[in-house]
Design a protein around this ligand. Structure first.
Ligand SMILES: NC(=O)c1ccc[n+]([C@@H]2O[C@H](COP(=O)([O-])OP(=O)(O)OC[C@H]3O[C@@H](n4cnc5c(N)ncnc54)[C@H](OP(=O)(O)O)[C@@H]3O)[C@@H](O)[C@H]2O)c1
Length: 236
C-alpha cells in the first residue's frame, strides 16, 4: 500500500525555544518540517538534532525583517513542495518588559513591530498561494496575553503594541483566506521557560507548544479568526 504523503509545515524562528519545540512535535507526528532561522549555523544545528531523532526536516534561512530573505525562502519552498499545510509565525522579540509606554523609544517600537507584526504579515502573504493549495491550510501566529486589549496595562509597551497589531493581522488574514478554507488563529503560549520567558516562567516548552500543535493537527476546522490559550478562545 502507498504511504500517505507527509503533511508539510513551516515554522519561523525555530532554532530554539517554543519554535524548536513546535518543529520537534510536528516532526514526531510525521510532518515534513521546514525549520527556518535567521542564523544558518544555529538553524542547521537545530535541524540536525531533529533529523537525528528521526524527523523529516529541511532547514531554510529566514530573517522575517528582510523582504529579500522572505522572497528567497518562498522561492526555495516553491521549488521543494506544491503546497503548504501549516505555517507557524513564531519568530518574535521582546526587548523590554518594564519600560512605560510614555518612555519607550521609537526605535524599539519600530524594531519590535517589524519582527512581531510586519514579519508574520509578509511571510503569510508570500506563502498564501501554497497554503491555499492545501486541503487543510493552517496559519498560527504566536501572540501573547500582553497583546490582549482586554487585559492590557502599562507594561511591555512595544511588545504589547506589536502583538495587538499581530492579532489584527490574524483577523484580517482569517477573513481573506476563509473561502479557500485556510484557518488563521493567534495563540498565547502562556509564560514559557525560554530565553525570552526566562527561567522563572511557569511553563515548559512542551506546554507552550501544545495549543499550536493541536491547531496544526486535530482541532476542529471551524476554529478560525480566534485568539486562543490552552485550546480555548480568550478575549482580544
Ligand atoms: N516565552 C514566553 O513566555 C512567551 C509568551 C508569550 C508569547 N511568546 C511568543 O512565542 C514566540 C516564541 O518565543 P520564545 O519564548 O520561544 O522566544 P525565544 O526563545 O527568544 O526565541 C525566539 C525565536 O525567534 C527568532 N527570531 C527573532 N527575530 C527574528 C527574525 N528577525 N527573523 C527570524 N527569526 C527571528 C529567534 O532567533 P535567534 O536565535 O536568531 O535570536 C528565536 O529563534 C514569540 O513570538 C514570542 O513573542 C513567548
Amino acid at each position: 500500500m502507498k504511504e500517505p504523503a507527509p503533511r508539510i509545515a513551516l515554522v519561523t524562528g525555530a532554532n530554539k525555544g517554543i519554535g524548536f519545540e513546535i518543529a520537534r512535535q510536528l516532526g514526531v507526528r510525521g510532518f515534513h518540517v521546514f525549520l527556518t532561522a535567521r542564523d544558518r549555523t544555529r538553524g542547521e544545528e537545530a535541524a540536525a538534532k531533529l533529523e537525528k531523532a528521526g524527523a523529516r526536516v529541511t532547514f531554510l534561512p529566514l530573517d522575517v525583517t528582510e523582504a529579500k530573505s522572505i522572497q528567497a525562502m518562498a522561492a526555495s519552498l516553491n521549488q521543494a513542495v506544491d503546497h503548504l499545510d501549516v505555517l507557524v509565525n513564531n519568530a518574535g522579540i521582546l526587548e523590554s518588559s518594564s519600560v512605560s509606554v510614555l518612555k519607550v523609544s521609537a526605535s524599539e517600537v519600530e524594531r519590535t513591530w517589524r519582527t512581531n507584526t510586519l514579519g508574520p504579515l509578509l511571510v503569510t502573504q508570500a506563502l498564501a498561494p501554497l497554503l491555499q493549495r492545501s486541503k487543510h491550510g493552517t496559519v498560527i501566529n504566536l501572540s501573547s496575553g500582553w497583546g490582549s486589549l482586554h487585559d492590557m496595562g502599562d507594561e511591555a509597551a512595544a511588545y504589547g503594541i506589536s502583538k495587538a497589531a499581530l492579532n489584527a493581522v490574524t483577523r484580517q488574514c482569517a477573513d481573506a483566506m476563509k473561502s479557500p478554507g485556510v484557518t488563521v488563529n493567534s495563540v498565547c503560549p502562556g509564560w514559557v521557560r525560554t530565553d525570552m520567558g526566562g527561567a522563572g516562567a511557569t511553563r515548559d516548552v512542551d506546554a507552550g507548544a501544545d495549543t499550536v500543535v493541536w491547531l496544526a493537527t486535530e482541532a476542529p476546522r471551524t476554529i478560525t479568526g480566534k485568539f486562543l490559550r490552552d485550546r480555548k478562545a480568550i478575549p482580544w
